[in-house]
Design a protein around this ligand. Structure first.
Ligand code: FES
Length: 180
């Protein structure tokens, strides 16, 4: 149960919101961090905490692509397919992944390492094409970068090519942060 494991964190989150239901997404993130996806049990527990119905929780999860209803691989690759990324090659990025990992969107590699999703705009349109892997952004993608990122993740679990978690506004001097 989430409350048993994360009582303090849940209380802290709830204390930030005068209206309880506003804590829904932060609590869903707690559940997702715990299991890699939001389980049905967690969904019901969160509904109970926030005095919502399970369908109200479910409809929120299905609306946001950053919330998973099924287990995902160790590295969840989310390629943006919205307009700006599509114009500069998100289909090509998905094609590279298909060739290199043998998966299409909604699939996971047999070794459980990589899951691919095609998602809507992740608000890094100026550095398209881009993808998010777990919490980190990778921008201005090229095939060479993709090869390096996948090799890095396999060997060390992280890659120096990441831009880091999305931040707004961007820190001063970071405009070209993903050009390496
Ligand atoms: S269109 Fe891809 S990040 Fe906005």
């Amino acid at each position: 149960m989430l409350k048993e494991k994360y009582q303090q964190e849940i209380d802290d989150i709830l204390s930030r919101y005068p209206v309880k239901r506003s804590a829904l997404i932060p609590l869903l993130y707690v559940a997702q961090r715990d299991q890699g996806y939001v389980t049905e049990v967690a969904m019901k527990e969160i509904a109970q905490i926030l005095k919502l119905t399970p369908p109200q929780v479910y409809e929120t999860i299905t609306f946001y692509t950053m919330l998973n209803l099924k287990p995902v691989g160790k590295f969840h690759i989310q390629v943006c397919k919205s307009l700006m990324c599509a114009l500069v090659g998100s289909d090509t990025v998905i094609g590279w992944i298909k060739t290199k990992l043998g998966i299409v969107p909604a699939e996971t590699t047999a070794d459980g390492l990589f899951t691919l999703s095609a998602v809507e705009c992740l608000a890094a349109c100026g550095t398209a094409p881009m993808m998010q892997i777990n919490d980190d952004y990778y921008e201005r993608l090229t095939e060479e970068k993709m090869d390096r990122i996948l090799a890095d993740l396999r060997s060390t679990g992280t890659s120096a090519l990441k831009s880091g978690p999305y931040m707004w506004p961007e820190p001063i001097g970071s405009a070209d942060r993903s050009s390496s």
